[in-house]
Write a protein of this length. Structure first.
Length: 117
């Protein structure tokens, strides 16, 4: 059973940076795609970025150029965020996508990111 757990959220001033981590477990082979999603206060959850089994990435327009997704050999997926703005304030979720179709099946509990102006 695949499991994901986020960490690294916090409060930062506009223009600052944060790096989120997503520790994944419960699978043996590189068969899952992973994504970062976020849900701003009072809004629906939205996709931020995906990373495929081959390392290919797909970014939302809001993230492209400022956010970078990566993964290491220890099954941790990272989201490096720079040039943060108050509009980036949200609960950020990591998710595992077995079908790599943008519809994850497994979600973490989320980590809060708050950007102040």
């Amino acid at each position: 059973q695949v499991h994901v757990a986020e960490s690294g959220g916090g409060s930062v001033q506009a223009g600052g940076s944060l790096k989120l981590s997503c520790k994944t477990s419960g699978y043996t082979y590189n068969i899952y795609c992973f994504g970062w999603f976020r849900q701003p206060p009072g809004k629906e959850r939205e996709a931020v970025v995906f990373i495929g089994t081959d390392g290919a990435t797909r970014y939302a327009d809001s993230a492209r150029g400022r956010f970078t997704i990566s993964k290491d050999n220890d099954k941790t997926v990272y989201l490096q965020m720079t040039s943060l703005t108050p509009e980036d304030t949200a609960m950020y979720y990591c998710a595992a996508d077995r079908g790599c179709d943008g519809r994850p099946q497994v979600w973490g509990q989320g980590t809060q990111v708050t950007v102040s102006s």
